[in-house]
Design a protein around this ligand. Sequence first.
Ligand code: M7G
Length: 334
Amino acid sequence: MAEPAAQGGKRKREEEEEEEEAVEGAEAASVGNGTAGPARFPFTGFRLQKVLRESARDKTLFLHGKVNESSGDGQDAVVILEKTPFQVDEVAQLLAGNPELRLRLSNDVYSNYQLAPPPQLSGVKATVVFPATAKHLQKYGRQELHMVEESGEDYTNITLPYLEAQSLSIQWVYNILDKKAEAERIIYENPDPSDGFILLPDLKWDQKQLEDLYLIAICHRRGIKSLRDLTAEHLPLLRNIQREGQEAILQRYGVGPDRLRVYLHYQPSYYHLHVHFTALGHEAPGTGVERAHLLAEVIENLQLAPRHYQCRTLRYALRADDPLLACFRAAAGS
Ligand code: M7G
């Protein structure tokens, strides 16, 4: 089991800083548990190839760059930059002091300033995928979406052969299960090889505030690719994830089950069964009805029909440039 749970939402600043540095290290290294010291990107140079996605509203930028060009042809990297959410305590302190300001506009009771925040308030989260494959570049690019209907037969004849030939590597999952990476970030573990799992913060969550809480439960058992593989045989595992995952999050963060969204993605990006736990108020990517399947409903469906997910037609959206979409179209035309 992981270390005993600490009650309450906000932890001490020092602990958070240590954790943040460790997280940065873990994200940068291909295998490892992070370091407390300053880190470096796992490459040198960065020549911008393409802006894969940007959002002024979300304050995010997804960049594809060529790196390591000084030592050969160079390699591909994806860097995702995201302005981190405000920390209320620190902002209040800043406003109470004498912050560096430039007046932009003043009219009656209204005024507008450019504020230069101190480093601890101007953090940018940088997530790196290196070396990035063509599949990563495709995953992070913005594309028009198209709905597909996948019957049980379509899964066997079209989707499964495609996945077996070219899905993203799940080495990072095995590193977590084998405690070769992110071991210090584990919130809870049920070590049972068949019905156990590891619960830890998702790559997308910086753990600084509960508003965007995001954890994933990764099952120990290997070979369950996705929702499609689930049968009544997996009910004990799924019930453990639901019950113990919610309990661990309540203990650690003080967030109750009625404030959590607990779900699986179909299609997922990574084909080793995992469950997403997000704060209900957080509009996490992938919570739309065409992708998210509530774990409680998955459990109920399997109780009612043990082979529900082998038989059912599942509908989901694929990007216009997803080769799987081309496979579906080719099959429809043949
Ligand atoms: P998914 O449903 O397979 O695909 O979820 P998605 O990424 O399109 O949502 C995989 C989840 O694992 C996502 O929420 C990722 O942010 C998260 N994730 C991905 N990687 C590579 C890591 C990692 O290395 N560590 C952790 N902790 N989470 C990851």
